[in-house]
Design a protein around this ligand. Structure first.
Ligand SMILES: Cc1cc2nc3c(=O)[nH]c(=O)nc-3n(C[C@H](O)[C@H](O)[C@H](O)COP(=O)(O)OP(=O)(O)OC[C@H]3O[C@@H](n4cnc5c(N)ncnc54)[C@H](O)[C@@H]3O)c2cc1C
Length: 300
């Protein structure tokens, strides 16, 4: 029986493992190694690791964990979690292994769907990105396109103005902007194109132009897009874990979910960045040790 099984080996899961393992908990980290940022070449804005390759970041994280005999790592996918009558949990993995644990940290991150634009996946992570805080600095000298397919992503327009004055908004055949919003775009010198995008042209992920159904080929050397994020995991529903209106798991500062013994950290609680996810994992690790210490401290 493990004290803690952590599901997901991104910054959230690895930080939770590090803190819990250093707190003398018997920790197992299970990771299927499909992080959201695997498509990109560099990660930015993590203090002391700015510009690091995502795989190097993970490798360094794992090296930190493996210094501690209290922590082990298994490459696998958790398929199901069942709560047992003694309040412990049984996990079943893709490889068919059953694992028992007193506590669980869910740190499985998010999956994302890109806009409905042919071959955008060839450019995503190289010259088209989704998070201006992560990649805005690197793209600030480029002629940029922002692809948004719904009004929910309109706020990205204002954010991107922080990095560039050369911005075109493309709604890819979707008509959701009202006349006031269009006037505001014009006031800010932002061109709006509502026609469908038929082609992205470029070389080795480096965008060169965007072709619209009108036949116009617009030179653009980079861009951002709004992605649809999804954290659907069967066990969130099976266990009845509370989620907010956007479907993300709700927690307190220490990572407690609505189910005792289950903690959550990182993007499964809402989209963020590496350093934020790492800090949430750190807090979940503290939460586990604080709860365990409380339970084991003898009182009259
Ligand atoms: C293109 C792109 C560029 C980015 N650039 C930056 C950047 O420059 N700076 C920055 O701070 N952030 C960046 N981000 C965001 C960053 O990737 C996330 O904030 C961060 O990875 C979230 O960490 P996490 O630990 O919550 O999830 P993840 O890092 O996604 O890790 C979750 C892990 O859980 C595993 N997992 C999922 N389900 C299971 C299961 N059932 N069983 C076992 N394992 C499972 C996944 O395979 C994955 O390895 C970028 C994101 C993208 C998409």
């Amino acid at each position: 029986m493990f004290d803690v099984v952590i599901i997901g080996g991104g910054p959230a899961g690895m930080s939770a493992a590090l803190v819990a393992g250093r707190g003398k908990q018997n920790v197992l980290l299970i990771d299927e190694e499909k992080p959201r940022n695997a498509v990109t070449k560099e990660s930015h804005a993590f203090l002391t690791r700015d510009g690091i390759k995502p795989e190097e970041f993970r490798e360094k994280g794992r090296q930190d964990l493996l210094k501690y005999p209290s922590i082990s790592i298994k490459n696998d996918r958790v398929r199901a979690i069942v709560k047992l009558t003694d309040d412990s949990f049984e996990l079943t993995t893709q490889s068919g292994v059953n694992i028992h644990t007193k506590n669980i940290v869910l740190a499985t991150g998010l999956k994302e769907t890109l806009p409905d634009v042919k071959s955008i996946e060839h450019y995503y992570g190289t010259s088209i990105f989704s998070c201006p805080f992560c990649d805005g600095w690197e793209m600030k000298e480029h002629s940029l396109i922002l692809i948004i397919e719904s009004i929910q992503a309109f706020h990205l327009t204002k954010l991107l103005k922080n990095w560039t004055d050369d911005l075109v908004i493309a709604t890819n055949g979707n008509y959701f902007l009202n006349s006031e919003q269009k006037e505001n775009l014009a006031l800010n010198n932002i061109r709006l194109i509502e026609d469908k995008i038929v082609e992205l042209k470029g070389d080795q992920g480096q965008l060169q132009s965007v072709t619209f159904e009108t036949g116009e080929e617009l030179v653009r050397t980079g861009g951002f897009c709004a992605t649809v994020l999804d954290n659907t995991l069967p066990f969130i529903e099976q266990l009845g874990i509370e989620v907010n209106d956007f479907g993300y798991i709700t927690t307190d500062m220490m990572g407690h979910t609505s189910i005792p013994g289950i903690y959550a950290a990182g993007e499964i609680t809402g989209p963020s960045q590496l350093i934020v996810s790492a800090s949430q994992g750190h807090m979940a690790g503290i939460g586990i040790i604080a709860d365990s210490s409380e339970a084991h401290f003898l009182t009259k």
